[in-house]
Design a protein around this ligand. Structure first.
Ligand SMILES: Nc1ncnc2c1ncn2[C@@H]1O[C@H](COP(=O)(O)OP(=O)(O)OP(=O)(O)O)[C@@H](O)[C@H]1O
Length: 266
């Protein structure tokens, strides 16, 4: 496992004239084994930061490191889960989960064994031969998580993985994700719009704001683990939630942030 370091990261997009700087001076360090969530107004650059950490987007300034290695392209040290699980529709669930191992040249018997193990871990034993269209949205996201874990990456990068799910399934998936994470505590960086989700999952929440945006506040979440319904209902949870909502939607919120808290709460 490894830590993730963002060192004065700048992300720009080419425009018609001058390029547009979306993120500037983004500094953060995600410790080895830590679960960190990122929140911020729509369009503030959360996905851009994650894409850059995955190596799909090259920062226009600064540096991202996984352990000691500077990120320059996607690599097997990173497992990625997006909002849309992006499974291959023609492949079975087993073949989808085994795909990354196939790319790594792992022999067939080993990769199928490993894929079966992670399918069981995410609660889908018995569905190995199903195809993605035969599964619900929540199940497809479970497959996406199994696929990301199967290659045993150093870190997990998750961009709104439960964003397309209904509120109830979303809560369930958050609890499931923590159960799986607790088995070997990989380093996780998780982007979300959901205030409750951000607090429930995290050791720390990074709040992005400003224009161009950067980390404007870091919230330590000192809640017991394992996190369960009692933690979610606790007074401490409510305080973190209110503080985060104030940061995002209160008087001091970043430019362009006009959404009401209710509109983003899972
Ligand atoms: N390919 C692109 N070309 C030009 N501009 C882009 C591109 N991708 C993103 N942007 C711009 O960069 C900024 C950050 O976008 P990004 O998708 O990272 O934000 P976000 O915080 O993830 O948004 P959301 O919460 O709505 O998903 C936005 O202003 C967006 O319009």
């Amino acid at each position: 496992m490894a830590d993730i370091t963002f060192d004065q990261v700048q992300i720009s997009y080419a425009g018609k004239g001058e390029s547009f700087v979306a993120v500037n001076g983004f500094d953060a360090r995600i410790e080895d084994g830590e679960f960190v969530t990122i929140v911020g107004a729509s369009g503030c650059g959360k996905s851009s930061v994650l894409l850059a950490a995955d190596g799909l987007l090259r920062p226009s300034g600064g540096q991202i490191r996984i352990g000691e290695k500077i990120v320059s392209k996607p690599g097997p040290d990173r497992g990625v889960v997006f909002q849309d699980a992006s499974l291959m529709p023609w492949r079975t669930i087993l073949a989808n989960v085994a795909f990354g191992l196939e790319m790594q040249g792992v022999d067939k018997a080993t990769r199928l064994d490993r894929a079966r193990h992670f399918i069981e871990l995410v609660g889908l034993a018995g569905r190995e031969e199903a195809h993605p269209h035969q599964l619900s949205g929540g199940m497809r996201q479970r497959v996406g998580i199994a696929r990301a874990l199967a290659t045993d990456p150093e870190v997990l990068l998750m961009d709104e993985p439960f964003g397309a799910l209904d509120a109830q399934t979303r809560e369930l998936m958050a609890t499931e994700l923590l159960r799986i994470w607790d088995l070997d505590r990989k380093t996780v960086l998780f982007v979300t719009h959901g205030i409750d989700e951000a607090v429930f999952l995290a050791d720390r929440v990074l709040v992005m704001g400003g224009s161009p945006s950067r980390v404007v506040e870091v919230m330590e979440i000192d809640l017991p683990r394992p996190r369960d319904a009692a933690v979610r209902a606790s007074e401490a949870f409510g305080k973190y939630r209110t503080h985060l909502a104030d940061l995002l939607f209160g008087a001091g919120a970043g430019a362009g942030n006009t959404a009401a808290p209710e509109s983003v709460t899972p």
